[in-house]
Design a protein around this ligand. Structure first.
Ligand SMILES: Cc1cc2nc3c(=O)[nH]c(=O)nc-3n(C[C@H](O)[C@H](O)[C@H](O)COP(=O)(O)O)c2cc1C
Length: 326
């Protein structure tokens, strides 16, 4: 009887979580819809995303050598139109320059579908685009298999552990920039590159950790806090509804490795929040509403003596991999 009662009680207790679960999911849904690419709440981001998607499509078409099938006419036209539109508000945009570079390569292709409208928009774009930086490269590049030694890479990856103790010596700006460049080697869905890094230093760490849940004390030893976000205006809310999180996760891992390669200690911290905390977090950090925080990374230099960390055992390969060979 006592056991039955405990079982029923446990079930009822679990029900407690339903309203909160429903509320949190609904809030995520509303946030996601109001900033997604479909609903155009942020014209600049959604247009950039559309241009990157179209450039990627044209690059894929250009990279496929087999067959002489015509491709990409409609996409090139839309890209030229969007890039021209964008160039009127931001003639220095690297995405405008990248679009122009992709379009120029496209029209040179024997498989391009050309028309007068496309050519005249490209010509207008050519005079409008004023990108002052390096002309971005689009189109195709040649690749052969990498000769990197697997064991070296394995040793490097296995030598990373989450570190929760740090010295008080701050990180150098160039170390941070190196890690960001390394993170940018991460692949992203259709090369949209929607991940962003917000960087905060010692003096701000406490007030940021205070507006999210689950601070375990150690975060305050860090000298730098990185908040990795993903811009949800770069994705649609239907087939791509989880993609911002996936791309952000891949980018974050690469960033961690970029820190590790430079001898920087770091530990991820889940961004645990209620909707009201999320509101406060954004007020304190100034992170816009269309960027989803993926995780926090607390980092700093190592102490000058060895530190103990959790052993963090990993499953045997057979627990995580399944060969399907029917
Ligand atoms: C997305 C993510 C969130 C994490 N959140 C926390 C956290 O809130 N607190 C913490 O102490 N460690 C956190 N960690 C660190 C994990 O505990 C750690 O990565 C895991 O135990 C494996 O250990 P290792 O990083 O040393 O290999 C997080 C790691 C990841 C990837």
């Amino acid at each position: 009887m006592g056991q039955l009662f405990r079982k029923v009680f446990a079930r009822l207790k679990a029900l407690e979580k339903y309203p909160a679960t429903l509320y949190y999911h609904l809030k995520d849904l509303i946030d996601s819809i109001s900033s997604s690419q479909i609903f155009i709440s942020n014209r600049k981001d959604t247009r950039n995303a559309s241009m990157l998607l179209l450039i990627h499509s044209l690059e894929k078409g250009l990279s496929i050598v087999s067959g002489g099938r015509k491709f990409g006419g409609g996409k090139a036209e839309t890209l030229a139109k969007l890039a021209l539109e964008c160039s009127y508000v931001d003639s220095n945009s690297p995405i405008v320059a990248l679009s122009l570079s992709a379009l120029k390569q496209y029209i040179e292709s024997p498989n391009a579908e050309l028309n007068a409208n496309l050519l005249s928009n490209i010509s207008a774009l050519n005079s409008q685009s004023k990108a002052s930086h390096e002309p971005p490269i689009s189109g195709v590049k040649s690749i052969s298999p990498c000769k990197f030694d697997f064991n070296s890479l394995m040793n490097f990856a296995s030598s990373r552990s989450s570190i929760r103790n740090f010295s008080s010596t701050p990180l150098k700006q160039d170390q941070i920039s190196n890690a960001i460049k390394f993170a940018q080697t991460a692949p992203s869905a259709c090369n949209r590159q929607a991940s962003r890094i917000h960087i905060f230093f010692k003096k701000d760490i406490q007030r940021i950790l205070d507006v999210q849940l689950g601070d375990q004390g150690w975060g305050l030893y860090a000298t730098t806090l990185f908040v990795i976000t993903s811009n949800s205006s770069y994705f649609n809310t239907t087939y791509e509804r989880s993609q911002a999180l996936i791309d952000g996760g891949i980018f974050s891992m690469q960033f961690l490795m970029g820190l590790h390669a430079q001898g920087i200690a770091s530990c991820c911290k889940m961004y645990v929040r209620t909707p009201s905390m999320d509101h406060k977090f954004r007020a304190v950090t100034n992170i816009p509403h269309n960027e989803i925080p993926i995780l926090l990374i607390l980092a700093g230099n190592y102490l000058d003596h060895e530190v103990s960390v959790p052993a963090s055992w990993r499953f045997p390969e057979s627990y995580v991999s399944f060969i399907h060979n029917s």
